[in-house]
Design a protein around this ligand. Sequence first.
Ligand SMILES: [Zn+2]
Length: 685
Amino acid sequence: MKVPRTLFLEVTVAAHVAAAVVAMPLASQAGYPCSAAANRHFDFWEGRWLVQTANGALAGHNTISRILGQCVVREHYTTPSGYEGRSFNIYDASRDVWHQTWVDNTGLLLLLEGAYEDGQMVMQGPTVDTAGAVTLNRITWSRLGGDPDRVRQHWEVSTDDGSTWSTGFDGLYIRQQSGVDWDVLIKGGTVLNGSGQPGFSADVALRGDRIVEVSRTPLHASRAARVIDATGKVVSPGFVDIHAHLDPLLRLPGAESHVRQGVTTALGGPDGSAPWPLDEYQATAQSLGLGLNVGFMVGHNTVRRAVLGLENRAPTGAELEEMMEMIALGMEQGAWGISTGLKYLPGAFAELPELVALSRVAASKGGFYTSHLREEGLGLIESVQEALEIGRQAGLPIVLTHHKVVGAPMWGASSRTLAMVDSARAAGTDVMMDQYPYTASHSGITILIPAWAMAGGTDSLLARMDDSVQADSILAGIEFNIVNDRGGNDLRRVQFSRVPWDATLEGRTLHDWAVRDGLDPTPSTGARLVIEAVRRGGANAIYHAMSEEDVEAIMAHPQTMIASDGRLVELGDGHPHPRWYGTFPRVLGLYARGRGVLTLAQAVRKMTAMPAERIGLRERGQIRAGWYGDVVVFDPEIVIDQATFEEPHQYPLGIEWVLVNGQVTVENGEFRDVRAGTVLKRGRN
Ligand SMILES: [Zn+2]
């Protein structure tokens, strides 16, 4: 893709060519062949290469080709995380040495000189960064077992002028099929490009990690190493999940349950809870190789807990300062914004001034704000108001995440919250929403317990339960929530998803538990069982307490995006909310195709370009030439979720191909653990 920087580099290279021509008149004259030695070296270098780290994760793609009478070698290296470098290599036959000049898009300059000897290319020289710092580099390329298509690159760095060396990169070059223009050609499909406009017939060609052509006239299959027949299928940008619980990422780096929904980028760290320290976590995740691209928010609850523990009070000036510094650090390490979870501890103890102060820090770094609102039931309207106020005072884009109306007394209130969104936007607050397509939520069982009772954590709660006056008021608070909020006024509406101390309760309800123990299944029994569950070690549950009318009204709003709120999961583990498996196919198959709540093009837009733009991702979320090769091919007649509240562990149907950074990760419906994803960081990606 031609961007200004690339153009600049082309000019730089051209200047070098001019200089080289002056220095080496023989090489510049047509008809003079390169020396036999140089040609042997070209054979070593030339080609298109997939570059892997030592443990097999995708590092990038390198294209090395001859130019100028075949006597000069040009190199172009790109990575999925947006790094790009070019080098220019000249063979000096008089001394039998190569010169390499490398420049990258961080401003780094690398000047190497070396030779080809004993089957190895060894080059050495200084790196100069934009601050003028110099390090010495030595790079060795050697064929693995003599295989011309597998080359080890061992990059060593010295900061003491060559006395001692440490490894900077040790990876593998794998030669890609040559003689073709594209690695993958997706032929004959209908492209929904993410804009929300109607689909059009086009062929989509990919090379390396990028889409390189989107052509309304057919492209020749013979020009591609691999052809995907998309006749009758939709070709869409990979889905971008703006609210994902990526916590098991280091255990499940392939992220199959997400990728099989068509998700190619997921944003972790929602609801105020995020990895910390972020840079260490990101480095570990990257080193494992990832099945999709991931980014992270910085979490308010994470930061507040680190500074104030679970105390129910406002921060002191010094504590606020410390939290602000942590937010700033997270943002500098690549977080995309700040998330809050004001229904959870300790976020529930934070008041507006603290939230505005911290959000201003994220705003100053270009981040956005996403919030699990303080209340989603009786207090919903005030909680939407609070989020809008934070957006207005802190001056940053906001997202009301998993927007919903909980509890029968509030059903229908989406008409009010959506009107609030419209009027806030009209008044200049940049507010959007995301949503999962189900009438049940999922959370820890403690979400039914009043926040004041949870101050200090579980031990403090249980201590308060020993005091009869406090116990009465805690039980009354839980009972109130069972009747009016997430309990749905029926113990059958609280369904356990994970019960570490009694797996037989998983998938069963509070009502089932009461009956099993010979108890009257009333709200007051339910309140006692909630405390009992906490006493035994806690539990997670699914709360069936929303109305379909609100779900559809919110989904149809033009500012609503689709997000899973799902956690990475593997088959058979617990009894999860079905959204973990089915969110995106369910919107496409049930709400777009089935009920017509959205057009298919609108549905795709809500799960691609809209979240990509809200997050601030560069060159992702649309099918466009030059953008990253994150692509889904799905069958619009078949696509549907299969996971249900009874049988959640089921992958969806109709998601046939998923490409992550140009690499086929779902192949004709089968998952491939290729780990082509990368960690995306604000300011870089
Ligand atoms: Zn949440």
